[in-house]
Design a protein around this ligand. Sequence first.
Ligand code: AP5
Ligand code: MG
Length: 216
Amino acid sequence: MNILIIGAPGSGKGTMSEKIVANYKLLHVSTGDMLRAAIKEESPVGLEAQSYMNAGKLVPDDVINKLIKERLNKDDALNGFLMDGFPRNLAQVKSFEAILNELGKKIDLVLNLEIDDLILEKRITGRRICPECGAIYHIETKKPKVDGICDNTGATLIQRKDDTVESLKTRLETYHTLTKPIIEYYKNLGILRNINADQTTDKVFEAIQKELKELI
Ligand code: AP5
Ligand code: MG
């Protein structure tokens, strides 16, 4: 089972991915998480990606395509993956198809998290993440057990550099102009399922599970 999860910044891709991989044997591949790890390591990819990410712009396609190709070539991707944050424009869709063809894989399902832009600012500015394990929290809707501390690692939670109102504006523009067209593309392939992401996380996950059960 190979699945894509797409949606605007803050729509809940990462939150739902955590829940999906906890219940199904899928490898979670998040290009955003991979890039943040590269920045932390100060690797060449990280150094190149940093300024694009902080500004809310897309990192160049060739950098991303190379990351994806290398990741999917590893053995732990053999039993299925959940792709979060890729592809993000039509050029990446095409490169992805070429990579999948080479590997003899295909996409079975595309989950499209639908939500109004107006709800996203509160989600983005209230988000906190664990710098060690990447776990996602929110100051109102998903509080850790101890204020400001990750339940899993005990590390102090941080805010992502791109979680500002200004960067969100650019990220949303990027999403509407470059990423949204891929929804139409997957809809035409008949593998797109729309999920109402403006509900409690339990309800959103319930809707996703319904789609996954049909697939299995
Ligand atoms: P990426 O990391 O993918 O960020 P994004 O797409 O902007 O999405 P987010 O991670 O911000 O949101 P999410 O949908 O995962 O929401 P979450 O579950 O955390 O990309 C970052 C950057 O990397 C890009 O801008 C770009 O520069 C670069 N990049 C990445 N991939 C790329 C690619 N393929 N090509 C080029 N560049 C690339 O939830 C958000 C908050 O809301 C959390 O606090 C959560 O607790 C809360 N929440 C979630 N669901 C609910 C709910 N149902 N009810 C209430 N609160 C909720
Ligand atoms: Mg995310």
